[in-house]
Design a protein. Structure first.
Length: 632
DNA sequence: CTAGGGTTAG
């Protein structure tokens, strides 16, 4: 609705019964989520000096809550006070909610403390504390509410814990540290008889996912007798956010079978899973589904699509989707910049960044993570450092550990290890595992045992159970022929009962994702795959005879080598795919150099292009040539 | 007062 139309209809309303008519207008706008328009209407109302009643304020305050406008909220609060009469419970709960959603829980509390509170005011404040991730106060208030409910000290108000109370509390548990409280609340839900309330159970599913308890979430889901769209979406997003991409696809299929129709949130989760799996084929189907359902312009989905295509290795399509997106937010730019960065196109990534700034979008911390990592993937060390300065000086953004780890990576890959160490020492925030880990990774590339030991010391203190770092150090010792060091790391690993998870890779074929562990014999085509692999190994040996001792040494001492999962995946893909058609995408290949070599040679032999993706970056092997500046 | 949501290194 335009401002003129608003004025016209408001004028028409005034001729009727001013306040009721105004309120009806407000109700309409609020229903249609036209919150800005509702507030515009309010300004017109004030100008024509109307008399608000109890129905007026809640609509306005809801708009403030939604748009997070603390000033407008307090202006309306002042107006409420000016009316002279005691505000009714609805107005008070709206005030509490508005303040809480504007990140002013203190003001919300003040309103709450002014007089005795009925259920909705308790609920509003509890939900407000939850929203501001202040679980302690939310739970305290819940306890107070239960006492009030039991004792009923104040007969003027009625207090009852209801499903909304528990809903607000449960959805406040959003991190692993909240698990204990979350599980307690789950118990409360059962005891209070809300365990069959759909909204409550849905929020329990989400709560367990957010706490990282994938199995418990699944259990709640399995026990549900009724499921709706939200239930399925909670499962899909939950699995996606916890990195269980294959379960996402499973649940997605189940959902379609159950006859519930999808919405943008569903597809968002599925796209993110496709991105993680490298399942471009499924991703493409999702894109069609998107168009078919009329979600083609949904900016959230378009961003997810850009990210999916780039992470599946199809930068061309990612670029097309990006270019055709009308609404380009900082998130859209982050996705496309990251996409170019991940593929080694650092220069393009930087150009895109400049274009973004030109287009008037203000960069945030996240986009700088993409920019910095793009620079390090492309070897643009000095430009990366320039952008790091730009971030601090021009945009006044405080770098977090995630930025420092990129810059350490940047310096480290370029061999500037001392500078990297100095940078870490100069940090104002405490370096996290990733920062020292980046340094350790750089030491592997540049074979620097001394700095590696320093980095390892710190990283192990911060992430004592992250097996990757032990493996990295052990392999650094291997390169340096330092047997004593290798043994030391192995003893450490044994003492801490750490075992390396088997590596795995996957290939998408005919809409299904085929997963291979190293040494895996469970695939139905296992026999053929291994035959194919033998053949490939022999061909590879012919054109690249093993380099005597060197190869043997590494086979024996590197941790986690053997029949690599990616070799199985390659053999599978070659067995099943038509010549020249597909690009093969694999993931999670923390591949050591000899395996890269293997892939490169196979690529030459079969004359096919592979895009191999590992956990940290993409490597392109086109006609046997690695375009990503050779392993870095 | 009221359940599910896009981007992000190592």
């Amino acid at each position: 609705m335009s401002a003129d139309q608003l004025r016209d209809s408001a004028a028409a309303a005034e001729r009727w019964n001013p306040t009721t008519a105004w309120n009806n207008q407000l109700r309409q706008l609020s229903k249609q989520r036209q919150y800005r328009e509702a507030l515009t209407l309010y300004r017109n109302m004030v100008r024509s000096s109307f008399f608000p009643n109890a129905f007026t304020f809640p609509f306005l305050l809801k708009s403030c809550a939604f748009l997070s406008l603390p000033l407008t909220a307090s202006q309306i609060h002042a107006h409420v006070i000016r009316t002279g009469s005691q505000p009714d419970p609805y107005t008070r709960s709206s005030l509490i909610n508005a303040y809480a959603k504007c990140f002013l829980p203190h003001n919300a509390r003040k309103v709450f403390d002014e007089m005795p509170n009925p259920t909705i005011c308790y609920n509003a404040l509890i939900s407000g504390y939850s929203f501001n991730s202040n679980l302690t106060d939310a739970v305290k208030l819940f306890c107070q509410m239960r006492r009030e409910e039991e004792d009923g000290l104040d007969a003027s108000v009625n207090v009852n814990v209801n499903s909304v109370t528990l809903l607000s509390l449960v959805s406040g548990c959003s991190a692993a540290t909240h698990l204990t409280i979350g599980a307690c609340l789950h118990g409360c839900c059962v005891r209070f008889g809300f365990a069959t309330d759909l909204a409550v159970t849905n929020s329990l599913v989400t709560m367990y996912f957010k706490c990282g308890e994938v199995e418990l979430a699944r259990q709640v889901f399995d026990e549900m007798l009724v499921r709706d769209l939200i239930t399925w979406n909670a499962m899909i997003s939950g699995y996606a956010q916890n990195g269980h991409a294959r379960n996402v696809l499973e649940v997605y299929n189940e959902m379609k079978l159950s006859g519930v129709s999808v919405d943008p949130v569903t597809l968002l989760g599925v796209l993110s899973a496709c991105a993680n799996l490298g399942a471009q084929g499924i991703g493409r189907q999702v894109e069609h589904e998107m168009e078919r359902c009329g979600f083609g312009c949904n900016p959230f989905l378009r961003n997810a699509l850009v990210s999916m295509y780039s992470r599946c290795g199809n930068l061309t399509r990612a670029r097309e989707v990006f270019d055709c997106s009308r609404e380009k937010s900082v998130v859209s730019w982050t996705a496309i910049i990251g996409g170019h960065g991940i593929h080694g196109h650092g220069e393009v990534a930087l150009e895109l960044f400049d274009k973004m700034v030109e287009s008037g979008v203000r960069p945030d911390k996240t986009v700088f993570v993409s920019v910095l990592s793009a620079c390090s993937h492309a070897g643009l060390t000095d430009r990366g450092l320039e952008y790091f300065e730009l971030m601090k000086m021009k945009y006044g953004l405080q770098p977090g550990p995630e930025h420092y780890s990129c810059v350490v990576d940047l310096l480290g890959r370029a061999g500037r290890l001392e500078e990297a160490v100095d940078l870490i020492r100069s940090m104002k925030v405490k370096p996290d595992g990733a920062v020292w880990g980046a340094l350790l990774g750089a030491c592997k590339i540049h074979k620097n045992v001394e700095v590696a030991e320093l980095a390892f010391q710190h990283v192990v203190e911060l992430e004592p159970t992250n097996i990757g770092y032990y493996v990295l150090l052990s392999n650094i010792y291997t390169d340096a022929n330092n047997l004593e060091g290798i043994l030391r790391v192995r003893v450490l690993m044994r003492e801490r009962k750490l075992r390396k998870d088997p590596g795995y890779s996957y290939v998408e074929y005919k809409g299904k994702v085929h997963l291979f562990y190293s040494g895996d014999l469970s695939h139905p085509q296992s026999k053929e795959i291994n035959r194919m692999l033998d053949e490939l190994e022999n061909l590879v040996k012919e054109i690249h005879p093993p380099n005597e001792k060197c190869e043997e040494r590494s086979e024996e001492l590197l941790i986690g080598t053997g029949v690599h999962s990616e070799k199985l995946a390659i053999a599978f893909a070659l067995l099943n795919t038509k010549r020249g058609k597909e690009i093969i995408v694999m993931k999670n290949l923390r591949v050591c150099v000899d395996c890269h070599l293997f892939i490169k040679l196979v690529s030459k032999i079969v004359n096919r292009q592979f895009i191999v993706r590992d956990a940290t970056r993409f490597h392109h092997f086109r006609d046997g040539i690695c375009s990503c500046k050779d392993y870095w």
